[in-house]
Design a protein around this ligand. Sequence first.
Ligand SMILES: O=C(O)CCC(=O)C(=O)O
Ligand SMILES: [Fe+2]
Length: 342
Amino acid sequence: MSSSVHAPNPDRLAREKGRNFTAVPVIDLAPAIGPDATSVSRQAVADEIGLACEKIGFFYVANHGVNSHKISTAWAEAKRFFALPIKRKNEIHISKLPNHRGYLGIGEETLDAYAADSKEVFKIGLELPADDPDFVNGIIMYGPNTWPRDLPGFRETIYSYYQEMSALSKELFRLFALAIGIDECFFDDKIDKPMAQLNLIRYPAHEGEPRVGIGAHSDYECLTLLAQDNNGGLEARNAAGDWIAVPPIEGTFVVNIGDMMARWTNDRFASTVHRVYNRSRNERYSMPFFCGCNYHTIVSCLPHCSSTNNPPHYPDTVAGEHLVGRLDATNAHRQKDNGAGA
Ligand SMILES: O=C(O)CCC(=O)C(=O)O
Ligand SMILES: [Fe+2]
């Protein structure tokens, strides 16, 4: 879930100054979350992460602790889902569901008004019962998931992968807190009912010129944990406007900061613009997990993120209201819901 960046935004350009990265670092998480981790080794990893978040907004994590079998089975199930006939996928089309879950076909989500995305997506979120009070109150980020029928094993495998991503995100939030210099547990009670979504994405193969898979955008939430296949194509934009490749690296996930964490840290952490430019022309798959905080969290400039010369850039924000506002702007079916088309 992400936002277009085409509106001229001088503030954003000013913030990007100095973020002239030419590569994205790999950060080893073992000294932070492995069996021999100490508070000193955790802080050292957190500082490395903090630097990457400040200068780049992107990093890879290695030794992340996610079971490789869970990752490979999730890939296999994602491919099985997209191979279903379109009629079957449309049975669980997002526009037919009461919350922000389900299937979106090619061209139905456009992140950059100047270049349509070429991708299809299946979305799930935190599994909650239909009587969850927030869902009953119409909060579309919550409630039950809707799964494709007659695809045995899909639900279990994909939700188990979701839970792995959720657990790893919680570790990363603790490291973010250490990097910022606040209580390590600061985020814990703000992410215990997270607006966290897993997208399975398929970018179709094509002929001819390289093609935009997903247009230039920044992500909306706090952090994104991305698994990508071996085709490459993910690119992050540095302050000079150059597109820096973020290629697949075996055994890692790509992590990037989203707009909500940029707001929380007063842009100390960078929500860096990125895109997928499909040069390989092959079919490409990816699985981004977008971890936001709880819907009702008030996101307010954190300590150590402002000063008299650098006052808060953003008003306090209810995280969920902000996120849903962004979704309304980029999802065709949400615009209809909101009166633009009906
Ligand atoms: O597919 C990818 O590699 C990146 C996807 C992405 O940036 C997004 O869905 O926000
Ligand atoms: Fe993204």
